[in-house]
Design a protein around this ligand. Sequence first.
Ligand code: GRF
Length: 196
Amino acid sequence: MSRLRVGVLASGRGSNLEALVKAARDPMYPARVVVVCANRECPALEIAKKAGITRQLFALSKYPDREARDRAMAQLLQDHGVDLVVCAGYDAILEKPFTRRFRGRIINIHPSLLPEFAGTMDAVAMALEAGVTETGCTVHVVTDDVDAGPVLAQRRVEVRPDDTVESLRERIQAEEHVLLPVLVKRIAGEALPLSI
Ligand code: GRF
């Protein structure tokens, strides 16, 4: 079985990366993470290291500008024959040459029911502040417009009256860890690029 080759972009804890890595331990899972890129030192890089996955730090300070950084990142992904790029807690905006090079081949996971609370790294706190009774997580195709590409799948999470940002985030992330591997599996069975 030829497995979908996944490149993960991350900036943080890496729990979504970990969920994908765990899913891919099953030899029947139709995808595997072949490379991890980060824009800062972060636990996600450690997770990649432990799993024996090629990883690289692309600190903006090492490049003349964002476009050059994204170009270097794109090259590494291409060198590893990546079919699908997964933004899993990647907190930088991808420059247009990158999104165009991987058009229909980049997905992102966002902690809200998009289009609600789009374009922010604080979607969980915003949902709580807004007083909504339900929020969740979304996987969508990445386009040039932040958090605005076609929605592929969502999972809902009830907001409880006693929720804090931390408790709500924890329950949303638990749903993300289910959603992302399921969706990557689904994509592996479909034709790429995804339609935008
Ligand atoms: C996730 O909640 C994701 O929705 C958001 O950033 C968080 C990343 O968490 N984009 P992790 O690094 O995968 O643990």
